[in-house]
Ligand binder design. Structure first.
Ligand SMILES: [Zn+2]
Ligand SMILES: [Zn+2]
Length: 331
């Protein structure tokens, strides 16, 4: 339970029950996401709250009228579901839909029992095939966010994509950019993380070298896309150096920085595009589930730490200190 001020402590809460159209899951495991860490630091976050949304669980109750799932099924379930009908949804801004922001798992993924509301059951829950491990299945939600980012970037074959930050998200993004037909270069301050990313068949190096690699794959122009997964506003001047004239810089993550350190004249004369991407959609969740089930995206080696629920706070510290690539929490 998150009580504000960065404070996390185990708590007893009533076990939820599955109402009509709902599922009750007994948690098998839940990935710890960078956005959970960001919420812990957010003074405006609603508290008390249970975080966690990369959920794998067993169905222990199926409410009246549930179709397609039964007690005993192992499933992944995502937390946010848009209405599919509003102005935002019809224009591809699903994660800005008001219903999306209000939807959630009850009480959250870091709990022994998780209630999945009806829209989530219908649009964001998938039965896990036997050949996938729980940990592999837990990557459906983060992969869906990455997929939506790459789709919004409108990558074309022959583009060069530079991915900044090679944590677990960066390692998913490099694979998706490669699948979209672009040459991919990863950049990270940590040489070990760059080495990990190279295992996925892409070039990766320290940021100073990565700029040169991106020039090399782009005929000297620079990267068509720079995707920033960490480092906040401070990375922007470097990204402006690395991107080609007319290229795009995409922020996958927020962070500190009230003002962006780039001159308007630079943006204008070089016709640079600065965009952001936030969360997933039911369509990208379905595609991400397929990619993982079909083995088209490799998540091996991305979970670096496994911790029980009551030691979640340790996992948060490991992520904050950048000692953990990905923490997977089990009850
Ligand atoms: Zn996540
Ligand atoms: Zn909507």
């Amino acid at each position: 339970m998150f009580h504000g001020g960065g404070r996390l402590a185990p708590a007893e809460v009533p076990r939820p029950a599955a109402g009509p159209g709902e599922l009750l899951l007994r948690l098998r495991g839940c990935g710890l996401c960078g956005s959970d860490i960001a919420k812990l630091a957010d003074p405006g976050a609603r508290v008390p709250a249970v975080l966690g949304h990369e959920v794998v669980g067993d169905v222990v109750e199926a409410g009246e009228g549930v179709r397609g799932f039964a007690v005993g099924d192992r499933v992944v379930a995502a937390h946010h579901v848009p209405c599919g009908e509003c102005h935002y949804c019809r224009r591809g801004s699903e994660s800005m839909c008001r219903a999306f922001k209000e939807s959630n798992l009850d009480p959250g993924g870091f709990a022994e029992f998780v209630r999945v509301p009806p829209p989530n059951v219908r649009h964001a829950t998938f039965r896990v095939p036997d050949h996938l491990t729980d940990e592999e299945a837990s990557f459906v939600e983060p992969l869906a966010c990455c997929l939506r980012a790459v789709e919004r970037a409108r990558v074309q074959p022959g583009d060069t994509a530079l991915v900044v930050g090679l944590g677990s998200i960066g390692c998913l993004l490099v694979q998706l950019f490669a699948r979209a037909g672009s040459a991919v270069v990863g950049a990270d301050q940590d040489a070990e993380r760059a080495a990990l990313a190279r295992r996925f068949g892409v070039q990766a190096a320290l940021p100073v070298e990565a700029v040169g690699l991106a020039r090399g794959t782009s005929g000297g122009r620079g990267a068509d896309h720079v995707m920033i997964t960490g480092g906040a506003a401070a990375v922007l001047p470097w990204a402006v150096e690395a991107v080609r004239d007319g290229g795009a810089i995409h922020y996958f993550a927020g962070g500190a920085g009230d003002a962006l350190p780039v001159a308007l004249e630079t943006l204008y004369h070089r016709e640079l595009t600065l965009t952001t991407t936030y969360s997933s959609s039911p369509a990208t969740l379905a595609r991400a589930f397929w990619l993982i089930a079909a083995g088209k995206v490799d998540v091996e080696g991305l979970v670096s730490h496994r911790l029980p629920l009551e030691r979640l706070a340790e996992g948060v510290d490991l992520m904050r200190r950048r000692q953990a690539l990905k923490v997977y929490v089990t009850p």
